[in-house]
Design a protein around this ligand. Structure first.
Ligand code: TXE
Length: 504
């Protein structure tokens, strides 16, 4: 084998462009080295706010995927033999090193995704560090004492949490490092080695994570990264015979392809897919707090969060007042330059995605909807080539309308009137999705009762996106399969083996 190549099929070390230089060409990270990809193909990385190119991402191929999987496979046995607490120490080291780059994470994420810098700091940078730290603590706490065991009269059963093997971690563009770290930390913490495939639209903080992992000296091959698109890199990764588990977050249509690729060889699979979540507002809610909470749920990250409350159901007694206050609240949000600290709404991820969202607004008009607020924001010339849409509120649609049941994944919400608790629940469940939802009422008993009847994986009462990392995260119906979060992540990223010891 050529000593310059990291595996038989060949990937050569690449000279990294210095961080901060523009435009930058990114490299894959395989077997502890930044390496070139095997094709000549690149994709431009554009700033959503301005349309300017600021980097190029490799369009890797099956050859690169093979290389990365073989590095991960080679590294797994010795990594898997470390104790849980030794691996937790590595997670803490990564958390510390990432924390030192807090502002870089926020700035890169804001530039790459078009989201406001304040949000990138408070949510993306914060959670990326917190994910590593949280799983370090949880793994230590869970596996510090005696192993879980079940006594019989004449035998003892001991449950041994073994690593699954090589994991493929595929992430989307809306919360790039937040979601990647949410998968990498428990996956490697439980003794697996991984190949990451971040979204080709937002690769910058995944590169930063690899740089961080390299700096702390994580054993080579434990974390590998292949850049590229779904067809060239994602698909060969999910169908690779040496990949034992796939954790995917993305669109429902892509999730179906991933499941089809992974299931013939029985890979362990976790799919976090789309949502069309209802925010249910009862007559007895605290109006001011509810308007604030429902506005945040509707438009955080320009509505590009799978948990966003994109259908707002309001009880008839307060419908008119609520709609007035809600529209006022939406119109007061500051949209514009993502690097401005006071900005609340940034740009959409891509021109293609903007067109998809715009097409839903057009469809809403054809379906008989009334646009209560929306349109295009008036912005300085620097942003004329960006992907902008003002937060849009649509009323008057049937609850069966396509805009009221399909995932738009942008700053567009529909608002509907209901009379009774039962009707609210029926409307909330009237979609193929089942990820999340929120209920707004001063009666917590009613809040819990309604929440239990909603067919989703998560419901918040009088709050939204109030996350405790110990709780299960995931959806039902077309929103996915499986749960991650807390001990559910530890369960997914391990295989519980039972050893039965017969007593004399
Ligand atoms: O996501 P994709 P897209 C929803 C949202 C959006 C739609 C499509 O409605 O409009 O999905 O968005 C990789 N095998 N969400 O097209 O394609 C891809 O490269 C393996 C909801 O941007 O699902 C990327 O890394 N991988 C969602 C990742 O999958 C494949 C967040 C997600 O991309 C692949 C984002 C394949 N065949 C969009 N094809 C959420 N749940 O939060 C693509 N990929």
């Amino acid at each position: 084998m050529d000593p310059d190549k990291c595996c038989e099929s060949g990937c050569t070390p690449c000279e990294r462009d210095p961080v901060g230089s523009e435009p930058r060409d990114l490299c894959n990270y395989i077997d502890g080295e930044f390496v070139c990809h095997s094709s000549e193909q690149w994709k431009n990385v554009l700033q959503p706010a301005t349309g300017e190119r600021f980097a190029r991402v490799p369009l890797s191929t099956r050859t690169d995927v093979d290389c990365a999987v073989s590095a991960a496979k080679k590294a797994q046995p010795s990594w898997g033999r470390l104790s849980h607490s030794e691996r937790a120490d590595w997670l803490d080291k990564i958390a510390d090193a990432l924390e030192a780059k807090y502002e870089d994470i926020a700035a890169l994420e804001s530039k790459d995704t078009g989201k406001p810098i304040s949000l990138a700091r408070a949510v993306d940078a914060y959670r990326s560090v917190a994910n590593f730290r949280f799983f370090a603590g949880l793994i230590r706490e869970t596996y510090a004492g005696q192993r879980e065991h079940f006594e019989m009269e004449d035998a003892t059963n001991i449950v041994v949490p073994k690593p699954v093997g090589v994991g493929a971690l595929i992430t989307p563009w809306n919360l790039p490092l937040y979601l990647l770290s949410w998968k990498v930390a428990p996956a490697i913490g439980m003794g697996n080695t991984v190949v990451c495939k971040p979204s080709e639209f937002t690769p910058m903080t995944a590169d930063l994570l690899m740089e961080t992992i390299h700096e702390v000296g994580l054993p080579k091959g434990v974390v590998n990264l292949v850049h590229g698109d779904g067809l060239g890199a994602g698909s060969p990764l999910t169908s690779h015979p040496d990949v034992d588990l796939v954790s995917f977050t993305g669109g429902t249509a892509t999730g179906a392809k991933v499941a089809a690729a992974a299931s013939p060889i029985f890979k362990k699979l976790s799919l976090e897919l789309g949502g069309k979540n209802a925010s249910i507002v009862f007559d007895d809610c605290d109006m001011e707090k509810t308007v604030e909470g429902v506005t945040r749920a509707a438009f955080l990250n320009q509505g590009q969060v799978c948990l966003c409350g994109s259908r707002i159901l309001v009880q008839s007694g307060i419908y008119d007042d609520f709609v007035d206050s809600f529209v006022n609240s939406v119109e007061s949000m500051k949209i514009g330059d993502p690097s401005d600290e006071s900005t609340q709404l940034g740009a959409l991820i891509s021109a293609e995605h903007l067109s998809k969202v715009e097409s839903y607004v057009e469809l809403a008009k054809q379906e008989g909807g009334e646009i209560l607020t929306g349109g295009y924001p008036c912005l300085p010339k620097d942003f004329e080539h960006g992907n902008w849409l003002a937060p849009t509120v649509i009323s008057g649609l049937s609850v069966d309308a396509r805009c009221a049941t399909e995932e738009i994944f942008g700053p567009v919400v529909t608002i509907h009137r209901f009379e009774s608790e039962d009707e609210a629940i029926t409307i909330a469940n009237n979609t193929r999705y089942g990820l999340a939802g929120s209920v707004w009422t001063s009666d917590l008993e009613k809040g819990q009762r309604v929440a239990e009847d909603i067919d989703t994986g998560m419901v918040w009462v009088n709050t939204w996106l109030h996350r405790d990392l110990r709780t299960p995260f995931g959806g039902v119906k077309d929103s996915g399969v499986g749960r991650e979060g807390g001990r559910w992540s530890l369960g997914f990223f391990s295989e519980p083996m039972n050893i039965c010891l017969k007593h004399d």
